[in-house]
Design a protein around this ligand. Structure first.
Ligand code: AMP
Ligand code: GLY
Length: 416
């Protein structure tokens, strides 16, 4: 089969790496891809958000499957456009991708169907939002309604910080149109767990659990990022919790989407917080998480292509999905300054000396035969070992030869 993966990050590199292992994948393409993806797939120079160009290319080149991995093209309806052109596509349709694209939608869905989540209110009026914050007090969480690269959330420790955040989102338009509407919610506490799940519209099959590290600095301090590292499985996610989440969160969500006429086919991301009152949904995403995907797919023992096709064709209940009884750690090496501004184009040294790990490329490019930095999150060094401790140690050890100017990373992935 000829398969095209849409996207250009570490997640897409992991998806390509795993698909490449399928004997059924005869030709693998990635658009636009990056410097590392180019080593496993043929990169096609089309922006991930250019729906028309993507559909045209997929049609002209007779793709048998297009895997749409990032949130933006999903929210733009790329899956709908591909399917309308007769090209099989993996990922939710636009009317289901809204579960990530609008926090107001997802909060309303959870309220209507009784899925446990933080209490909240939605605002389009600045004064009303400010009054609510003053009335509720801190800590309190302020979220831009729309997509904001995982950065549109402020967990405010003081009322002043919360007021500044709504001002920045609603008036200063820090996240553009995404902040015209804000969701203000109760601050929950407890360990965070990510559960990615394959969905075919009716059946939901959770993958092995994982944990992201969203804050930029050690000790879970600093601004939120797209994710600085991930481990899988999460030590907090017991079989009892898995059972409870299936009954109270996963099945009700998938049934709710079907009942709303928005059947979800693709990967549904459950961002959970294990609060003292039980598991609660922090957020949904309509796709694999990045960097959770790198850790989780490293443990998948089955053919990813078969699973993706089963999701699309509504036969997930019969799919063969097995996980290695091991653990994985993905350590992100980032550009100094990220998630703020950072330099690009710095040569990356030492990639050829990495041992016992797979290096998934996120923000890299090939320039004059050299791999150079080209984004905030640059590489995801991913190791698998029999225990979580060993996987963490292996990822850090594997990263030691790698160097580029201003390189930075967290020192406590899997340990907080
Ligand atoms: P989100 O983009 O909604 O996942 O939020 C990013 C991060 O903000 C989450 O991973 C949590 O660490 C934190 N967060 C979001 N909502 C809440 C909440 N209601 N209570 C506490 N922390 C939250
Ligand atoms: N790692 C979090 C996300 O992909 O949204």
């Amino acid at each position: 089969m000829k398969v095209l993966v849409v996207g250009s990050g570490g997640r897409e590199h992991a998806i390509c790496w795993k698909l490449k292992q399928s004997p059924k994948v005869t030709e693998l393409y990635c658009a636009p891809g990056n410097g590392g993806i180019a080593q496993v797939a043929q990169c096609v120079d089309i922006k991930a958000t250019d729906v028309d160009a993507m559909v045209k290319w997929a049609k002209d080149n007779a793709m048998d499957l297009v895997v749409v991995a990032p949130d933006d093209p999903l929210a733009l309806g790329m899956v709908d456009a591909l399917e309308a052109a007769g090209i099989p596509a993996f990922g939710p349709r636009q009317n289901a991708a809204i579960i990530e694209a609008s926090k107001a939608f997802s909060k309303e869905l959870m309220k209507k169907y009784g899925v446990p989540t933080a209490k909240y209110e939605t605002f389009t009026d600045l004064a009303a939002a400010q009054d609510y914050i003053r009335a509720q007090g801190a800590p309190i969480v302020v979220k831009a309604d729309g997509l904001a690269l995982g950065k549109g959330v402020v967990v405010a420790q003081t009322v002043e910080e919360a007021l500044e955040s709504v001002q920045a989102m609603m008036v200063d338009k820090k996240f553009g149109a995404s902040g015209a509407k804000v969701v203000i919610e109760e601050c929950m506490t407890g360990p965070e767990v990510t559960v990615l799940a394959f969905c075919d519209g009716a059946t939901v099959v959770p993958m092995t659990s994982s944990q992201d590290h969203k804050r930029a600095y050690d000790g879970n301090r600093g601004p939120n990022t797209g994710g600085m590292g991930a481990i899988s499985p999460s030590p907090y996610y017991t079989p009892q919790l898995a059972q409870q989440c299936m009954e109270e969160i996963f099945l009700p969500t998938v049934r709710a989407m079907a009942a709303e006429g928005r059947p979800f086919q693709g990967v549904l991301y459950f961002g959970l917080m294990l609060t003292p009152d039980g598991p609660r949904v922090v957020e949904y995403n309509a796709r694999f998480g990045d960097p959770e995907c790198q850790a989780v797919l490293s443990l998948l023992d089955s053919d990813l292509l078969d699973i993706l096709l089963a999701c699309r064709e509504g036969r997930l209940d019969k799919a063969d999905i097995r996980w290695r009884a091991e653990a994985a750690c993905c350590l992100v090496l980032a550009s100094g300054g990220y998630p703020g501004s950072y330099g690009k184009g710095y040569p990356i040294e030492g990639l050829d000396r990495v041992e016992n790990a797979v290096v998934f490329h996120a923000g890299t490019a090939q320039k004059d035969g050299q791999i150079v930095t080209n984004g905030g999150r640059v590489l995801g060094v991913t190791a698998v070992a029999p225990t979580l401790e060993a996987a963490i140690d292996a990822a850090y050890a594997a990263a030691t030869p790698i160097h580029f100017q201003d390189m930075t990373f967290r020192h406590d992935i899997g340990r907080v």
